[in-house]
Write a protein that binds this ligand. Sequence first.
Ligand SMILES: C[S@@+](CC[C@H](N)C(=O)[O-])C[C@H]1O[C@@H](n2cnc3c(N)ncnc32)[C@H](O)[C@@H]1O
Length: 208
Amino acid sequence: MLQKLYDKYVCPHLIDFFMQTKAFMKQREKIIPFASGRVLEIGIGSGLNFQFYDKTKVNEVFAVEPDEVLYRKAKESASKNNLKLNIKQIKAEELPFDENSFDTVISTYTMCSISGLNSAMKEINRVMKPDSLLLFSEHGKSPDKNILNWQKRLNGIQKRIAGGCHLDVDIPNEIKKADFKIEAISSMYAPGPKFLNYHYWGQATPSK
Ligand SMILES: C[S@@+](CC[C@H](N)C(=O)[O-])C[C@H]1O[C@@H](n2cnc3c(N)ncnc32)[C@H](O)[C@@H]1O
C-alpha cells in the first residue's frame, strides 16, 4: 500500500529531479544531437532530451512512457520546446508500431527500469529501419568487482525507491542479446556515487 502511494506520488518527481543532475545532462548532450528523421524515445520520463535535439534533422517524435506523472510532464515539456510529440502511456515490451518504421530510437537511463528488458529490446529492434540508429546513454554494471558487489547488495532497495531501477545491468550485453551491432560505445564513472554512476553511451544498429 505504502509502496504503491510512493510509486505513484513521490517516485516520479524524484526521478525527474535526479535525471536533471549535471552528470546526466552532460551525457544527454553527447548522444541526442545525432537523432534524425522519425524518432522514438523509450521511457521518455519528463522529456529532458528535447533541449538537445537538432530540430533541423528531426521530423517526427514518438515516445512511450508508462508512468502517468512523467507522461504528463513530457507532454508539457514538448509544448514548451515547440515540439509535436506523439506519446503513448504504455510500456516498451509491446510497441504498437509497424516494423521498420523509425530512423532513430533513443534510450536514456531507461534500460535499468524495464522489467522485461530483452522483450523490450527486441521490440525496439523490430520497429527500427535497417539503417537506423539506437542512441543510448545508460548507467549500469561497474567493471570493478568491489563496486559491482555493492550494486548487487543495493539492488533491492534501489528497485523500491527508484521505480524498479536495477544498478548492475550489463548494458552492452543486453544490447547485443537483442540482435544489435554496437557501432560505438564509451564508458566511465561520472561524478557521484560509483555504484550509481558507471555510464555507458553510444550508438547501435539493428542486425537485419
Ligand atoms: C530513470 S527514468 C529515465 C527517464 C528518461 N528516459 C530520462 O532520460 O530522463 C526511467 C524511465 O523508464 C520508464 N519505464 C519503466 N518501465 C518501463 C517499461 N517497461 N517500458 C518503458 N519505459 C519504462 C519509467 O517510467 C521512467 O520514465
